[in-house]
Design a protein around this ligand. Structure first.
Ligand code: ISL
Ligand code: CA
Length: 563
């Protein structure tokens, strides 16, 4: 089976603001990334996704773009960018940029002109509405809290922002908007980037319902805000816009289009990534990272492996024919995986490596988030001033105004906030973990003296070396890239057991998600399976003709012989 380069790749997400500072201002930058390209090469990854690097006032740290053709001044210059591109390419590492085109910054020229001149060429670039009876046109709530409509004094109208008020949504039904966006995309592809991660790409087409007195978007009985998701996710013209984007942009380049999709299940996903006309190549979705929450992320509930396996299995079945999957456990929007799906306190090394083994052997393209490869963990917040993420700040303020105990809220933020994964990359045990000579823009994890890359690099038995080994294993065993996926004991609450199989090779992957020993294999089959790797046992420690029980948080891989 022949795969595209992006199907064979192991991807690595960099959050530039927190990766490496080069000039002592406490903010990571492109020259910092350049100085760490050798590290990426050593790790063995094939593709880097940079969170947004375009000019931005940083209301949402780059996810609010004020100029799509300029590098954010804190991050450097276009020359720096080109040097990074070349440094990566010379090591066969592809470069993926984050394209945020559902909304711009309110500082973008388009928005400024749109406010000033309703009848001018940009007047219709955003969603404007005069309102009804001095109220917004509907009761949609924004994802970061508050109403999704903001009154604009200048234009004397409301505008729509599904996220922060400083992130007005573009009006995609205006073809001029679409043309401008395609131009920007072509500009970067011509500059040699290898693809895009497309931010909240399934929100482009809004379904504005009739706003009669009892229509669903008119609020609950007391006129409270409603969740806008059903009205804005996978809307009526989404397929049309993406098909156009494909023919105007994607079809002209050897590139990968990775869509971030919210509120999208595997059936909806099929329409986006399967079949020869599919507009996108793969999706970053949320089903598996919502399993440990109730209504929303601030209401945790316990994680169930059975549910997790069901999500993986269902997505695989939906997409393997003519489509492709992508996996991530941590991102710049999600807390650290080792805290969530493992046991960072009692089994830090084992659970971090167990998660690595899973991520790198599931059927699809794996995305490693910076710092996970050295076992970075969530933060302890002691002071509200340490919270930098606008979503968490809004949440904190709301809870305090409702009379909640600040300590409890900080503790919850230390479990759930996006700040957790945005703390500076821990390079070594020197001042500020080697991230900066200045004052880091965001709280550094105080475990950096124990948890850092320098201490693990080339050290046997480190998390970093285990990641490297598994990344290499994907090259040694192509079945990990192109093989079928077949699960066993789906109902088991502690073990994730699956096979990867192609016409030459079959691998068996056993993952123990529990803190207890687990029996699984019978010795009578031992002649049939050859031990390959484990995060607990070495080759020498694994007995012949026997299957030791799986240790707590052990991941083990065998190869089936004689076929
Ligand atoms: O992170 C979330 C909740 O904590 C998500 O709701 C997230 O906001 C959503 O998945 C969209 O994410 C993307 O677009 C946002 C930006 O803040 C995120 O960083 C980005 O990944 C708006 O551009
Ligand atoms: Ca800097």
């Amino acid at each position: 089976m022949s795969l595209d380069w992006w199907q064979e790749a192991t991807a690595y997400q960099i959050y530039p603001r927190s990766f490496q500072d080069s000039n002592g201002d406490g903010i990571g930058d492109i020259r910092g990334i350049i100085s760490r390209v050798d590290y990426l090469d050593y790790l063995g990854i094939d593709m880097v996704w940079l969170s947004p690097i375009f000019a931005s006032p940083n209301a949402d740290y780059g996810y609010d773009v004020s100029n799509y053709r300029k590098i954010m001044s804190e991050f450097g210059t276009m020359e720096d960018f080109e040097e990074l591109r070349d440094e990566l390419h010379s090591r066969d590492i592809r470069l993926i940029l984050d394209m945020v085109v559902n909304h711009t910054s309110s500082e973008h020229e388009w928005f400024k002109k749109s406010r000033e001149d309703p009848d001018g060429p940009y007047g219709d670039f955003y969603h404007w509405h005069p309102g009804k009876n001095n109220e917004p046109p509907n009761k949609w709530g924004a994802f970061f809290g508050g109403a999704a409509w903001e009154w604009d004094e200048k234009r004397q109208e409301y505008y729509l922002h599904l996220f922060h008020p400083a992130q007005p949504d573009l009006n995609w039904s205006n073809f001029k908007v679409r043309e401008n966006v395609y131009d920007i995309m072509n500009f970067w592809l011509e500059k040699g980037v290898d693809g895009f991660r497309l931010d909240v790409i399934n929100l482009l087409s809004k379904n504005f319902p009739e706003t009669g007195t009892d229509s669903a978007d008119n609020g609950g009985a007391n006129g409270e805000l409603v969740d806008c998701t059903p009205f804005v996710a996978n809307g009526p013209r989404l397929q049309e816009y993406l098909a156009e984007m494909k023919s105007e942009v994607f079809d002209n380049f050897d590139m990968v289009a990775i869509g971030e999709v919210i509120a999208t299940d595997d059936r909806e996903a099929k329409k986006l990534v399967t079949g020869s006309e599919a507009p996108l190549d793969m999706l970053l979705h949320f089903e598996h990272v919502k399993l440990d929450q109730n209504e929303n992320k601030w209401q945790p509930r316990s994680f169930s492996l059975v549910e997790f396996k069901e999500v993986i299995d269902r997505w695989y079945r939906s997409l393997y024919k003519g489509g492709w999957n992508a996996y991530y456990l941590t991102s710049h929007d999600q807390p650290r995986a080792v805290n969530r799906f493992g046991d960072a306190e009692n089994f830090w090394y084992r659970s971090a490596t167990m998660l690595a083994a899973m991520l790198l052997t599931l059927p699809g393209t794996p995305f490693i988030y910076q710092g996970d490869e050295i076992g970075m963990t969530n933060l302890d917040f002691t002071d509200p001033a340490e919270i930098k993420d606008i979503e968490a700040i809004n949440f904190y303020e709301k809870m305090i105004s409702q009379g909640h105990n600040p300590e409890d809220i900080l503790q919850l933020i230390g479990q759930r906030s996006r700040d957790n994964s945005r703390s500076p990359m821990q390079w070594n045990d020197s001042n500020n973990a080697g991230f900066t000579d200045g004052e880091p823009w965001i709280k550094l994890n105080d475990n950096y003296e124990q948890v850092n890359a320098a201490q693990q690099r080339n050290v046997r038995g480190s998390i970093l070396e285990f990641y490297r080994r598994l990344i290499r294993l994907r090259d040694e065993y192509s079945v990990l890239k192109d093989g079928f996926f077949l699960q066993s004991i789906a109902e088991d609450e502690d073990l994730f057991v699956y096979w990867r199989r192609n016409s030459e090779t079959t691998l068996l992957i056993l993952i123990n998600f529990s803190a207890e020993e687990q029996e699984f294999l019978h010795d009578e089959f031992s002649h049939n399976l050859e031990f390959i790797v484990s995060n607990v046992l070495s080759n020498k420690e694994h007995p012949r003709q026997k299957f030791p029980a799986l240790n707590p948080y052990e991941a083990r891989i065998y190869k089936q012989l004689g076929r």
